[in-house]
Design a protein around this ligand. Sequence first.
Ligand code: SF4
Length: 731
Amino acid sequence: MKVVRSVARTGPGCHNGCGVLLYIKNETLVKVKGDPDSPFNQGRLCPRCLALPEVVYHPDRLKHPLKRVGKKGGDEWERMGWEEAFDTIARRFDEIRTHNGPESVIFCQGTGRDIRPYLMKLAYSFGSPNVISFGPLHGHACHVPKAMTMGVTTGGYEVADCSQFFPDRYENPNWEVPKCIMVWGCEPTVSNPDGFMGHWLLECMKRGSELIVIDPRKTFLARRARNWMQIRPGTDGALALGMLNVIINENLYDKGFVREWTHGFDKLKKRVQEYPPERVSEITWIPEEKIVHAARMYATSKPAAIQWGVAVDQTRECIPAIHAIIALRSVTGNMDIPGGNVVKSRLFDLNKAMDKYIGTLTDEQERKKIGAGMYPLHAYGYPEAPGAELTEQLLSDRPYSLKGAWIQTTNTFACGAADSKRVYEGFRRLDFVVVVDLFMTPTAAAFADIVLPAATYPERDGVGIPAGGASFVGTTNKAIEPVGDCKSDMEINLELGKRLNPQAWPWKNVREMYNTMLEPTGMTFEELREKGYLYDDFDYKKYEKGLLRPDGKPGFDTPTGKIELYSTIFEKCGLDPLPYFEEPPESPVSTPEIAKEYPLVLTTGAKTRGFFHSEHRQIRTLRRMNPDPITEIHPETADSLGIKDGDWIYLENRYGRCRQKAKLTEGIHPRVVHAQHGWWFPEKSGSEPGLFGAWESNINLLLPGGWTGRAGFGYPFKAQMCRVYMVEDQR
Ligand code: SF4
């Protein structure tokens, strides 16, 4: 067997870049193992990469470009060649550009994809400012609010320090084991979010780290924590403010750090007086003594780190909640110290090289971006257009009509889009849609005029930079020929880009394109491929050494040069400059009348071990791990409703209904249910109206539009109300 060392990326999807060894026999991928020499994952893999041969050779893989014959929703397709496909797409997009303007074509991608720079370049070089991330996702409510709030209040991007920036990892003499790690609204041993691996936490625990876990579910890590706080979903901001209250009032904060490096402490101190632990206990349903214990433990266990998940992004007023958590690690002086929350490595300024590669928008194009001017804070955040506003524009044609869509590896209404019926209706109004993916999906079946087959990562080359807190760069290395006529996402974008704007795409092939991107490393794609994993230099306390600000002065890259506990940018945007808590739009507290009819708090969006969002449902090994859509419900609650483990149940509220299977567990609060997302059934018919069963178990039917946070970030995926009852027909 031949073994090819590579870095895993999409598709199929993932946020990370685990080192893999691809075993090839007779030009066929037969096995995948973790690369023990990769400092990032040290030989470990999750089931999704282990099952990769099943994905690559699955009989349902899209293998050829297809064009729709007959009417939309009919699931009738005809094979076409790549030249015909590219020519048709270029002609149709060109027609829209001429008659309606380039902004009338939207470019959509899914979460965590390494196609982001190529997709953005395709959009920008075509002339459209309308790049839609995550599918569309309302309020950018995944990772982006955290990244944006850090960028505005600390000037950086901080992650829990598990030694990931050192190639010698846990042995590095400069690193310290965090004494305490607060795991906030995430389960990294399942979801491996944003370039952060769950097994890093286990390695820290083996070396003495103690955990505080904040989660409405009793997760693997919650069971091993010193203090598990079973929070009412959607109240994270109150908890952070309550812990700040204890830390500040008990003088447990780092006075030197606060004095030298933070701005607005006195105002924060005044604000947190509104959140005494007894009040916070009432809001969060967490016993007061647990809140006080956690605050003391975190503040007195230096170094201490916080690893957080999308739970804090997926509340409506997420920005002040995130701001409060940033304040926790700031006032305790746990910023950029070994074992604290560290500002990630510059990684050769590859992000700047990517930005240069993508290009920029003119002021006029910026003004035409969907939702332009609605939220001043968007100017400091993310270049993508917002999801909720996209839906409104698709349906209203205001301020202008949208006519075409390029949808690359994202599953719209069948995955992360709240208000999913209206998202579906909006996309159905488009004149011309192209979908690029590995399999036929509900999105492709419903909307596409042309479907293009993408290659999986063993079938292509690529530059593998893990998302979020990226710690290294490596290459994804082609190990086998693509099945059928599949092409890599990057090749597809390059070839189409050349037709739409040849000057913007001067490269002969993708390797040349990668060489341009890798220029800051001083290496070509080939050289990096030979070297393997490349780490940049990494230093602690960069704020003392003038390594964070463009002017080279000590401090943080914010308007005041300090961590802004009182944000001058929020103030400028007309927002509250201090952290605060606001109830979810519908909750037992904010809408008690609604709660009478829909008494359970519905939380959703947690990933499962075998699936990446709506992917992998057709992969037998992975589906066996989770054959049906699951709703977790407490046995007492289930008993009161006559529901047994494994029963099909309806979840319902004022907005919609879906069915899932009940899983009884004491690991969830009796007044909360957790429902899985991203469910569709590849084994069912793809024709309308069923669309692979995309409307049967789709939890987003219960999540309406119009609930974006006031800063333009956040949406309450984690905190809605519902009732559950038995499905009569249990088949
Ligand atoms: S975390 Fe991602 S890259 Fe790593 S093994 Fe899992 S699917 Fe593969």
